[in-house]
Design a protein around this ligand. Structure first.
Ligand code: NAD
Ligand code: TYD
Length: 361
């Protein structure tokens, strides 16, 4: 029986991971979710597990060393750390880089240091079976040319461009330093863009779904021809479970489903799918069409193309994505149809201010 300390479990991927793990392991695991509940963290995402015997929520900031130390001291059975907590949005990082360095670099160092202190034995080795997984992104590798044959491998040199990707690259380097210096039992996963339920509507897919349903313009940056490699969030959760439980220690695994698409095509598929899925007598149907698409000023330093080569995780661990894009996007849209209250709650208050200052459309 493992006890997982999950950081950032109230965010998009973290909450999907907690649901995935309870669905898979039932009462055979314990999960302690540590989250500061920033604008991106939402306990609504975890309503259905909050009364579970094996689940505990602790509100704490990962940069708060004494709070994190206390969690390890109070819970000596923690033998797995899955570290999601981060500032995660590129556009916000361009406006306020400092908080990205604070949370992503300093916060990761605090997590590593506290786990090391809790797991280290007198001879400098670590308690048998304890493992730390640092959840990172393909954005650390930089930008690929518009050439379909180039991919990110685990050996691709880091070349981050945004404050977000630079802070994630720095945090990956700190994890690597702990592995090299102390033989600290860790892994890193670098995953491509995720989509699915509970994603905050500052990111491309939920923003477009929300705007389309409300008849608002769909702001496409630049020429709309940037490429991202989209993965359904549950497939990412499955990869994380495989790596932390079966991956070779100290290794990095790239995670992605070879689903590279131009942004403009994603937006068109969302419009088409929503149009198709709304009932004929739904009054929103009339305004969901291509006329909503608006090209806006490009993002500063906008990476052109991301594409993951998932060969290593596939051959070593047998990981395969299960949800193809057309199916995943319909499941995602259906989730947003069914959870209008969730969307209303997360887009009230500060979101409006963010949206107005970010988009003039
Ligand atoms: P998110 O922004 O939805 O969630 C982040 C969570 O971390 C929130 O619950 C927030 O409250 C919490 N948090 C932020 N700062 C904190 C702090 N100082 N202390 C404690 N908790 C804090 O992010 P996400 O999209 O779920 O991404 C999770 C992780 O996965 C991140 O590390 C991100 O870099 C990585 N990742 C994301 C994607 C993607 O497409 N979303 C792809 C690859 C990797
Ligand atoms: P995003 O979801 O922010 O993920 P990331 O930048 O981490 O890949 O953006 C995905 C792509 O969509 C990226 O190329 C920027 C673009 N984009 C838009 O064109 N319009 C938008 O309103 C947003 C949020 C993103």
């Amino acid at each position: 029986m493992h006890t997982y300390l999950v950081t950032g479990g109230a965010g998009f991927i973290g909450s999907n991971f907690i649901h995935y793990m309870f669905k898979k392991y039932g009462d055979d695991i314990r999960i302690i979710n540590v989250d500061a509940l920033t604008y991106a963290g939402n306990l609504e995402n975890l309503k259905s597990v909050e009364d579970k015997k094996g689940y505990t929520f602790i509100r704490a900031d990962i940069t708060d060393k004494s709070a994190i130390e206390r969690i390890f001291t109070d819970n000596p059975d923690i033998d797995r750390v899955v570290h999601f907590a981060a500032e995660s949005h590129v556009d916000r990082s361009i406006r306020t880089p400092e908080v990205f360095v604070q949370t992503n670099v300093l916060g990761t160092t605090v997590m590593l240091n506290c786990a090391k202190a809790a797991w280290e034995l007198e001879d400098g080795s670590f308690k048998e079976g304890c493992r730390f997984l640092h959840v990172s992104t393909d954005e650390v590798y930089g930008s690929l040319p518009d050439d379909d044959s180039a991919f990110f491998y685990e050996t691709t040199p880091y070349d981050p461009h945004s404050p977000y990707s630079a802070s994630k690259a720095s945090s990956d380097m700190i994890v690597k330093a702990y592995m090299d210096t102390y033989k600290f039992p860790a892994n890193i996963t670098n995953c491509s863009n995720n989509y699915g339920p509970y994603q905050f509507p500052e990111k491309l897919i939920p923003l477009m779904i929300n705007n389309a349903l409300n008849g608002k313009k769909l702001p496409v940056y630049g020429d709309g021809m940037n490429v991202r490699d989209w993965l359904y969030v549950e497939d990412h959760c499955k990869a994380i479970d495989m790596v932390i439980n079966k991956g070779r220690l100290f290794e990095t695994y790239n995670v992605g489903g070879h689903n590279e698409m131009h942004n403009i095509d994603i937006v068109r598929i969302i419009i088409e799918s929503i149009h198709d899925m709304l009932a004929d007598n739904d009054e929103r149907k009339a305004h969901v069409n291509d006329e909503l698409i608006t090209y806006v000023e490009d993002r500063k330093g906008h990476d052109r193309r991301y594409a993951i080569a998932p060969d290593k995780i596939r051959s070593e661990l047998g990981w395969e994505p299960e949800t193809m894009f057309r199916e995943g996007i319909r499941k995602t849209i259906q989730w947003y149809f069914d959870n209008t209250e969730w969307m209303k709650n997360v887009t009230s208050g500060d979101y409006q201010k963010y949206y107005e200052s970010m988009y003039s459309v």
